[in-house]
Design a protein around this ligand. Structure first.
Ligand SMILES: Cc1cc2nc3c(=O)[nH]c(=O)nc-3n(C[C@H](O)[C@H](O)[C@H](O)COP(=O)(O)OP(=O)(O)OC[C@H]3O[C@@H](n4cnc5c(N)ncnc54)[C@H](O)[C@@H]3O)c2cc1C
Length: 467
């Protein structure tokens, strides 16, 4: 087989990249994925998962996801719709079919990338075991560098003794009716979803125990609403910039962010160190605060039929208790490497919290510029955040990248019209007084913020364009 680009990974990143590249070039692409269907981790997601961001800026650029409807009931009332896992899978299946219909893209699911041998890349068909050689004229695209880890496919980091009842969160709906007591394991959004699902299904809060090794900060979903509500996004970013410019250290930074409503924690009386950039609405936060039996003894080491052994102690449990594993890492903490390399492209985050936008933007940049050094300047890699210590680098690199995009008219025109750009409706609202105020605050603070964040991050940078 011969192709211009071989894309390894047909998840959100691989599909959003290929969608943008094919729209901008005549390139031929082969995509491969170990899974039996396109969509990446969404193929194995738990049944009640939803996007934590609005559908309006998720998926591939050329195909809308949902109808940009504002929900009028439920915990998302007043906010733009968020697709279910099934709707996300359907979106990616349709995106893949449309790519194949161009006649320039072949998608080989059930195929695994093995590595490069001389000038060719080896790919194994998992059904037959047959190994194929692919000659790549331009680049191999690593669209699995940030591969997500999810409960249904990961190996838990704790032991389970015979007789203990432990299920991945995917099996919660099926297993829930056989018990009346639940222990949710994990500190992140999946654990929040498991607690919320139980509460929504009339499980009393005192029947739920939550093993939460770390306390997490969450963003407020109200401040990430696009289109008609885009003013809230720019207001939030201006508060981020103001807090960053004035912060004396990372703890002070998070106190400022919390005081301005940018971040919140489930238990405000506890220090929080985890920051993954996930969002909750005020209603979700209020709901899970009803769970009061929270165990904070570090990570689980072993679950036995009658006790749970943790890093810093143990608690009693029982054979009738259903333990729900929500401990998968989710986003991968991979270190930054150059995105554009001589024979390879390694897809990574460039703007915070926008995986599909990032992959599509990299596809556009690959299509329009030749020199790797320049492409890497436009797309500095920005690893996913894991702790509060990562916030200064996350926002500094995001704002520095965005500044460089503004200086490339072709690229900034693409960004301005991209469906995946959460700020795309900003020009339509720029004359509104509240938006004017936010823009002014953002512009006043963003350069000092980048320099301050560089100091907090130990990078001692100058804001781009500075003297
Ligand atoms: C539960 C959950 C909910 C999320 N919700 C949101 C959200 O609402 N909004 C948002 O912006 N982000 C969200 N994210 C972040 C999420 O990681 C991205 O949105 C996105 O789906 C990640 O896609 P990806 O293509 O980078 O990785 P993946 O989906 O992990 O895809 C990588 C693919 O590479 C394949 N692969 C790996 N190695 C090989 C190999 N050797 N050969 C062949 N194939 C290989 C894998 O099979 C996999 O399908 C969520 C993440 C999780 C875990």
């Amino acid at each position: 087989m011969v192709t211009d680009y071989l894309v390894v990974g047909a998840g959100a990143s691989g599909l959003a990249f290929t969608d943008a590249l094919v729209a901008e070039t005549h390139a031929e692409v082969i995509m491969i994925d170990r899974r039996q269907a396109p969509g990446g981790h969404w193929v194995d997601a738990y049944p009640f998962v939803r996007l934590h961001i609005p559908s309006a800026y998720y998926g591939v650029n050329s195909l809308p996801l949902g109808d940009d409807r504002i929900d009028d009931a439920g915990e998302n009332a007043g906010f733009y719709e968020r697709a279910s896992g099934e709707a996300v899978r359907e979106h990616f299946a349709e995106a893949a079919a449309r790519l194949e219909r161009t006649g320039r893209v072949r998608i080989l699911t059930g195929h695994e990338h093995l590595g490069r041998v001389a000038d060719e890349v080896q790919v194994r068909d998992l059904a037959t075991g047959k190994v194929h050689e692919v000659a790549v004229r331009r680049k191999l695209v690593d669209a699995r560098y940030l591969e997500a880890s999810v409960p249904s496919t990961h190996t838990p980091s704790f032991d389970v003794s015979p007789g203990a009842r432990v299920v991945p969160v995917n099996d919660l709906p099926a297993a829930a009716s056989s018990t009346t007591a639940y222990t949710v394991l994990g500190s992140g959004k999946t654990a929040v979803d498991a607690c919320t699902w139980l509460l929504d299904n009339d499980v009393a809060p005192d029947r739920i125990r939550w093993i939460r090794p770390r306390e997490a900060w969450f963003l407020d979903r109200a401040a990430f609403q696009p289109l008609e509500q885009v003013g809230g996004i720019i207001e939030g970013l201006s508060l981020d910039a103001e807090a960053a410019a004035q912060a004396t250290d990372v703890d002070d930074l998070f106190q400022r962010l919390e005081a301005s409503g940018r971040v919140s924690r489930i238990d405000p009386s506890r220090p929080a160190t985890m920051y993954r950039g996930t969002m909750l609405s005020a209603r979700e936060r209020q709901a899970v605060r009803q769970v009061e039996d929270v165990v904070r003894l570090g990570r689980v080491r072993r679950i036995e039929p009658d006790r749970i052994v943790l890093a810093h102690g143990e608690v009693l449990t029982g054979k009738d208790v259903l333990h729900v594993d929500c401990t998968a890492l989710g986003l991968r903490d991979a270190p930054a490497v150059p995105i554009f390399q001589p024979d390879e492209l390694v897809l990574q985050q460039v703007r915070q919290n926008s995986p599909c936008f990032n992959a599509a933007l990299i596809g556009f940049v690959e299509a329009h510029w030749d020199e790797d050094a320049h492409k890497n300047r436009l797309c500095a890699p920005n690893p996913y955040a894991s702790t509060i210590e990562d916030w200064p680098r996350l926002m500094r690199v995001t704002w520095s990248n965005e500044y460089r995009w503004l200086r490339e008219p072709e690229l900034s025109a693409w960004v301005a019209q991209s469906r995946l750009n959460l700020l795309r409706a900003l020009p339509d609202h720029a004359a509104e007084p509240s938006v004017q105020t936010s823009l002014q605050r953002f512009l006043t603070h963003v350069r000092p913020a980048i320099e301050r964040l560089g100091q907090l991050d130990g990078a001692a940078v100058k804001a781009p364009g500075g003297r």
